[in-house]
Design a protein around this ligand. Sequence first.
Ligand code: PEP
Ligand code: MG
Length: 841
Amino acid sequence: LAERGEPFTVITETAPIAAATHGGRAKCLQRLIRLGLPVPRTVALSFDAVHEIAAGHYVDFAPLIAAFGEAPLLSVRASSADPDWGGPGAILNIGMSGEMRDRLAGEIGEAAANALYLRFIHAYAVHVARLDAELFDIPEQPDQGAIERALVVYEEETDEPFPQSVEVQLGEVLRSMARAWEGPTARLLRQARGAPPDAGLGLVVQEMALGLGPPESGAGVIQFVNSATGEPQITGRYLSQAQGREALLPGAKGAIYLTRDPRGPSLEELCPKCFAELVEYGRICRERLREEMQIEFTLSAGRLHVLDAVRVARSSRAAVRIAVDLAEDGIISRADALLRIPPRALTDLLHPQVDPRGKRDVLARGVAASPGAAVGRLVFSSTAAQAAAARDEKAILVRRETTPEDVRGMHAAAGVLTERGGMTSHAAVIARGLGVPCVVGADIEIDQRERLIRCADGRVLREGEVITLDGTAGEVLAGAAPLLEPALDGAFRKLMDWAEAASDIDIRANADTPADAERARNFGARGIGLCRTEHMFFEEDRLGVMREMIFAETPEDRAAVLEMLLPMQREDFLKLFRIMEGLPVCIRLFDPPLHEFLPHDREGLRELAESLDMPIAEVTRRVEALSEFNPMLGMRGVRLGITVPEIYDMQARAIFEATVEAKAEGAHVVPEIMIPLVSARREVELVKTRIDAVAAAVRNERGQDFTYRLGVMVETPRAALRADEIAHHAAFLSFGTNDLTQMTYGLSRDDAGRFMSAYVKLGVFPEDPFHVLDTEGVGELLSIGAARGRAARPDLTLAICGEHGGNPESIAFCRDAGYDYVSCSPYRVPVARLAAAHLAL
Ligand code: PEP
Ligand code: MG
C-alpha cells in the first residue's frame, strides 16, 4: 500500500480526490466543501485502501483516527464509483463506549447519551459481529439497564467483551464493510446493476454531528423538487433528536414538516435560520453542481451540518422536467438536458393511465412496480400471453413471481401481476425495462392448477376474465376501467422540440388509423412512414365487400364491387391527411394474401355462401383454390397488385381524390404511395404505369393538379441487391425489415417463437433478430441497398419501417448508413427521437 501512496486523504478543497479512485460520495463531499457548505471533517479511503483492508494488509488505524483530533464520534459510509451499485449501509457513532457515554451525558443529557451508546452496540453487533438483530431489544427510553443487558448479550454471543477502544471499533467496521463489498452476493447484485466485476469501493469516515442533545437537534433530508413530477417543491423529512437516514424512514415517530404546515410544527418555524440556510444551500447545489440534490443534514444545538448530498431520486417524468428546467434557467445547455435522459426512460411517460374520474372497484393492492395502466384478460403462463398477443388480444400475465423464462411472455403481455416480489424483483425490473405496467407483491393468492386467483376480499377471478392493472397506483381493478391517453406536459414537449432540432435523422410513425395518427402527432412524429391499408379492411362493414370482391367472376364485376370500397378508403385517407396537417403520409398499397379475408371454418363458409347466394360447395372450392402452401411467400404484395390490378387502382384513386379534397380544405398534401414486397424492377414499372394513369384521370376529372411520390418497400433480399435499377422508378426506398429479416434468414416471422428462446439461450443468435436488427446479415443488405440505390439516384430518400425502426441501436445503424428517416410505432417515436438526438450530439 505504501507504494500506492496515502491510504487515506482528508477531504479538503484541494485534496486529490476523484470519483474513479475514491468513489462518488467522496467526490461529491469535496464539491460541497468547495461550495462552502458546512461539512464535518471527512476522510476518504480509496478503492485500493479498502481492498487492502479487506485483504487484512492494512491494519493500523491510529493515524486515521488522529486525523480527527478530539472528535468524539465517527461514521463510516460507502462511496462506490456509481451510487446505483449500492454498498454496505452506513455505521454511525463509532467511538461510543462506557466512558464516552459518561462524557456525553454531561453535554447532551443522560437519555441522549444512552440512546447513542445502545444504538451503536446494536449496529455493531448486527453489522460487524453479525449477530441476530432479534437478540437485542431497543427500548424507546434506554436506561443504563438496557445498555448492560445489551453488553451481556454481546459478550455471551461473541465470547468477547464489547470493544471499548475507537481504534478497534473503527478497524472492525472498516474491515467488515470492505469484506461485505467483496463477497459474492454483493458482487452479483452490483453486476446486475451494471457494475464491472472489479468495481471498487471507497469509504468515507466522517466526524459525527450529533443530532441528539439540546434543542434544536435532529436529522433530516431535504430536496427542492417533487420526485414524481419534477416540479419545484420543498419535500423531505426532519426528526428531532435523531441521527442518520434510518431515523427518517417513513413511519419514523415524531417526524415534523419541513415547511410551515397547518397540520403541525415545522422546521421552518422551529429553526428559521437553519431552514433558510438549507434553502440557500439547495440553490447553490443546483446552480454549481448543475443538478437537483437531496441534502442530508444534522442540527446540533441549532447548528447546521451538511453530511451528504445525493442526486434526487426521480421518476422519468421528473427527470425530464428537471433537465428542461435546468436548461431553461441557463444552468445546463439544451444538449446536456437531452443527454441526461436515457431514451428508453421516455416510454414510462407514454402509457395510458386509469381515468381518475371513473369508478374504481379495487380487487387487490400491491407494489406499484412499473407505471401505466392496461386492460386485459387474465392468463397464467407466458405461452398463453404470447398466444394472446398473436391474436392481437391484450393479456394480463399473472405469476407467483417471474423468472427469465417469462421475459418473452412479459413482452407480449399488456400488464404483469405477481403475488410475490418488491420493487427490485425480477418482474418489477423487467417490466420497467419493457415499459409494461406491473404490480408485484399483490394481496392475491394464485392457484396455478385451477388457473384462478383469490382476492383478499374473497372474490375469485378465472383465466380469461378481464381486469385492469394500474401500475401507477399499484392496484388491480375489476373489469375494464376507462383509460386516459398520457398527458404530455410542457417539459416533455420542449425536450422533444430540442431533440428534433438536434437530430439529423427524421422520425415518422407507423400509423394505420386516425387514432394512431393522433397519437403519432401527439408524440411528435414528423409524418406517417407506413400506413398498412389492409388493416382498414378488417372492419365488419368492409369485410363483406372484400369477400364479394374476392369472389367476383370478372374484372368488371370486381371493379364494380371495389367502387363500394372507394368512398370508404377515400374517407380513411382524408382523415389521415387532416390529422397530419401537411406532414408526409406514406400509404402502402394492399399487402396480404387475399385468403386472409376468407372464413376458414364451416360456420363461416356457410354464412359466406348465404350472403353471396352461392352453394356452399362452390364457396368452399373457391376458398380452397385461394389457399397457398406458403402464403407469406405467395400471392401477396405487389404480386397481387399485378395479377388483380383493380385493387391498387381503387386505392390510388382513393388517395388522389382524398388529396384533392384535402387541398380544397387548405391542407398541403403530397401523398406518398409505397409498393410492398417488390423483387423486380418490372413490377414497379407495371404498377407505376397504372398509378400514373389513375393520377392523370383524377386530375382530369377534378380539374385539379397535384403531385405524388411513388416508392418501393425493400422487403426481399433481391430488392436490396437490385436497389439501383429499382431506384430508377422510385422516389424513395423504405426497408421493411420484418419481411427482410424473415427472408434473409429464411425464418418465418410467425413461427420463429417456437424455437427462438432456445436459439438465443444457446447463443445461435445473440438476440431475436425480429426484435433487434441483425446488423451483420440483414444490416449488410440495408447498406448494400442504400449504397446502390443512392448511386443510381442521388436524391433517393431512404427509410426503414420495420419494427426495428424504434430501436436506438437500429437507428444508429441507419443513420450511419445515410438513411433519411426511421418509422416506428407511435409509442416509440419519443424514444427514437431522443435516441436520434443523442447520436447527433
Ligand atoms: C416489414 O415487412 O418490415 C413491414 C414493415 O411490413 P409488414 O410488417 O406489414 O409486413
Ligand atoms: Mg412486410
